[in-house]
Design a protein around this ligand. Structure first.
Ligand SMILES: [Zn+2]
Length: 491
């Protein structure tokens, strides 16, 4: 600690504070891990270090609420693919897939659990929290407990409903996870490990969420023909459990369902009047997950992102591979399994409609272990700020920043983050509004974005001059600590 008043002053920038309020000129003072002053330009002096943000936007560090970063937080702790986009905090454990609580000793965990790689070695959620405390990553992390992870741990046959004793075992694991600090439970009802789970099974487990003030996030059973029915199931689970529902990566999938987000967003809007519902969205018309034959028909084209038997074909179109092999798309896909894929199966109008919806949270759903990942892993946030806000005018820059900071912080209960205010954690992103843009695309998926200047996490710079700084100030965010901090500020 120095005896200067501030460790860092960010001077000369234009503040977009994350609440949606209009930008204004202001300087920010940081002491330790907190924002300790926001003042008129030139009024904050006596700093150990000064950052010149002239001509730049100073915003809250972004919050990526839809990630599969569970394992990457430990194995790729500089989190360059997120820090390079201005992200300061991630929520891991989405789509029913969480790294804990599960010990998996077999050859490969069943898809899609293999999207996280092979690190299933945490028998309790508390063990993963401990690991993050002991070897902190560059970014903050909140954790969800995955229903599919619970099923794989509790059941020997995933193709049926859980028995009473299996449900009890899953409840016990979820309860331990919530006690350890998880902010909720995710489901991935579309995926095989959870497909056979009836609504009633999920309700009996999710009942623990409401009393804990925890969330229910869900990759719906069907995002195509039965989108609305699947949403109704999620809302039923939300009502029965008393938990807020988060619809993950909201979309309408498959050409015959293009345009259906008109009705789906109307249903969200109507349901929000009677129960808490929110949603996240990534800004692309292609999805990405494990390669499965049943997704091929609904897709215009498919890119293979990784393949265990054919590592050489990562990044290539499946139709070209099938041509070479002289077989059908289905046969080609089967020969590549286990594998991952990008599916072009959305309509840009739907993507823009969901992005424009005022309650939509911007989030990446990036897959950090894919050999040839979907570009959302490196591009999501700058793409919304540069392409959709600045270039297409889909929303103001203030609104775009709000949807990646203040809004997700409020909806996910991440107290003290997401808004630039005195007393809040010093998670700050400095960017150039004129040049910010994603550079990752479907041919060059790991190009870092342009326009991100500096990213602070808990008062320490983690990204500067186009590279990670090597600092690891990230914190594992526990639900109870955030809830009691919220109760205090509300007193
Ligand atoms: Zn998902």
């Amino acid at each position: 600690m120095s005896d200067r008043r501030y460790d860092t002053v960010i001077r000369g920038g234009t503040l977009i504070d994350g609440t949606g309020a209009p930008r204004r000129a202001a300087d920010i003072g940081i002491s330790g891990d907190r924002i300790t002053a926001i003042g008129e330009p030139g009024t904050l002096t006596d700093a150990t270090s000064t950052i010149d943000a002239s001509g730049k936007i100073v915003a809250p560090g972004f919050i990526d609420v839809h990630t599969h970063d569970d394992h990457a937080l430990l194995s790729k702790p500089d989190m360059a693919y997120k820090a390079s986009q201005g992200v300061a905090t991630v929520v891991a454990g989405n789509c029913g897939i969480s790294l804990a609580p599960l010990i998996f000793e077999g050859d490969r965990p069943p898809p899609p659990l293999d999207l996280l790689g092979d690190g299933y070695r945490f028998p309790r959620m508390a063990d993963l929290f401990d690991a993050l405390d002991e070897t902190p990553p560059a970014l903050n992390a909140a954790l969800l407990c995955g229903h599919s992870t619970l099923r794989v741990g509790a059941m020997d046959d995933l193709d049926r409903a859980a028995t009473d004793s299996e449900i009890d075992a899953m409840r016990e694991k979820l309860s331990e996870s919530l006690d350890a600090g998880a902010i909720g439970m995710s489901t991935g009802l579309y995926y095989e490990p959870a497909r056979a789970a009836p609504t009633e099974e999920i309700i009996r487990i999710a009942e623990l969420l409401g009393p804990a003030g925890a969330l229910y996030t869900t990759h719906l059973r069907d995002e195509g023909e039965h989108l609305q029915k699947s949403m109704e199931e999620a809302f039923t689970i939300g009502r029965a459990s008393g938990a807020k529902v988060v619809l993950s990566h909201h979309k309408s999938s498959g050409a015959s369902n293009f345009g259906a987000t008109r009705e789906s967003l109307a249903l969200v809007e109507k349901t929000r009047k009677t129960q808490p519902v929110t949603l996240d969205v990534y800004p692309y018309d292609a999805s990405s997950t494990v390669l499965t034959v049943d997704r091929l028909a609904a897709s215009k084209r498919v890119i293979v992102t990784w393949s265990v038997p054919r590592p050489d074909i990562a990044g290539r179109f499946l139709d070209e591979i099938a041509d070479e092999m002289g077989c059908s798309l289905e046969e080609a896909a089967k020969s590549l399994l286990p594998a991952g894929a990008i599916y072009f199966m959305m309509d840009e109008d739907d993507v823009q409609r969901v992005l424009k919806y005022p309650h939509s949270i911007v989030a990446s759903d990036g897959l950090p272990h894919d050999v040839f990942p979907h570009p959302r892993l490196w591009g999501t946030f700058p793409r919304v700020l540069g392409h959709y806000s600045r270039d297409l005018g889909l929303m103001t820059l203030e609104d775009a920043v709000f949807r990646m900071s203040g809004l997700p912080a409020a909806e996910f209960g991440l107290t003290g983050r997401g808004v630039l205010a005195v007393g809040n954690q010093a998670d700050v992103t400095i960017f150039d509004a004129a040049t910010i843009i994603d550079r990752a695309d479907f041919q060059h998926p790991t190009e870092p974005a342009a326009g991100i200047d500096t990213v602070f996490v808990n008062g320490r710079p983690v990204w500067r001059d186009g590279a990670p700084t090597g600092e690891r100030p990230g914190k594992a965010l526990r639900r109870q600590a955030m809830q009691s901090a919220r109760a205090e500020t509300q007193e």
